[in-house]
Design a protein around this ligand. Structure first.
Ligand SMILES: Nc1ncnc2c1ncn2[C@@H]1O[C@H](COP(=O)(O)OP(=O)(O)OP(=O)(O)O)[C@@H](O)[C@H]1O
Ligand SMILES: [Mg+2]
Length: 264
């Protein structure tokens, strides 16, 4: 690797380096989150992050990708998501066209050619496995608890072995094993098999001081007073009712005025 393209190890020599780098991209991580992201990046171990809505689970993966200057490949899970949307799909119109062209030329398109690379559409999981580098992609499997049991089972090979199997092509191993971050809101319990393959981290509500700092960094033009008020609101609501789904807001969800900053 050239001097201009540092490795993950060079970019993240230790926990402090990661904490500082996250801070530089305006992600304020607690100690546990720093350790979890460090292990994901340096030990090539998938990490499952759970926590209440808005505590920064998705943002953690995005920020790690920014820190590593590598693509974030995001798979947003939902009920009914399947392999065709997550891993790969065959380009049927192109296959048909290929067959017609071969017929017109008086040649045959063999089955191997028909199910070859040129007709394969790579979805997020495959794209992450095949990311050529220089550093591995960060693969965010977001809100995995929304997917069905079958899909969770399908993820096991990827999480455990950094590989996926496509029946027509065989097993595809990662060029550079992606750094995998899964998130869940615990709308349902995940299977033990999946949990066994991941490190686990729970992100708690931020302290009032950190919440204020997050608002200050993330909301353009916010005053100190406003940030403190927002932080107090988050703290009051989060300790008052853990079920109230309060959170620190993203800039896109925060009105520019002095509207309340808790998303509940
Ligand atoms: N620790 C943090 N540092 C900086 N910004 C944060 C942090 N936590 C939350 N935020 C801000 O809050 C927003 C919401 O965070 P995010 O979308 O990551 O929450 P989430 O935990 O994934 O929520 P959900 O469960 O609803 O998907 C982010 O866009 C970011 O602006
Ligand atoms: Mg999220």
């Amino acid at each position: 690797m050239s001097a201009s393209e540092p490795t993950v190890e060079e970019l993240l020599p230790d926990l402090d380096a990661l904490r500082t780098a996250l801070d530089d991209v305006d992600y304020l991580a607690g100690d546990g989150t720093v350790v979890a992201l460090f292990c994901a990046a340096r030990l090539a171990q998938p990490v499952l992050i759970e926590g209440e809505p808005g505590v920064g689970k998705t943002e953690a993966a995005k920020s790690l990708a920014a820190v590593l200057r590598t693509p974030l490949v995001r798979l947003q899970c939902y009920e009914g998501i399947d392999v065709a949307e997550a891993l790969y799909e065959w380009n049927y119109p192109r296959q048909l066209l290929g067959i017609r062209l071969a017929e017109a030329r008086g040649t045959d398109l063999t089955e191997d050619a028909l199910f070859g690379e040129q007709f394969l559409i790579a979805r997020p999981l495959l794209a992450a496995l095949r990311h050529p580098g220089p550093r591995p992609a960060v693969l965010l499997i977001d809100e995995v608890d929304r997917a069905d049991d079958d899909f969770e089972a399908f993820l096991l090979e990827l999480l455990g072995e950094g590989a996926v199997t496509i029946p027509e092509l065989g097993t595809i191993r990662a060029t550079r094993a992606p750094i995998v971050v899964l998130t869940s809101n615990r709308t349902r319990e995940l299977h033990d098999a999946l949990k066994r393959r991941c490190l686990f981290h729970w992100i708690d509500y931020p302290s009032a001081a950190r919440a204020a700092e997050i608002v200050r960094r993330r909301v353009p033009g916010s005053s100190r007073l406003l940030a403190e008020q927002a932080a107090r609101t988050v703290e009051r609501l989060s300790t008052g009712s853990r079920r109230s789904n309060c959170s620190v807001c993203a800039p896109s969800t925060v009105p520019r005025s002095t509207e309340p900053l808790a998303r509940c």
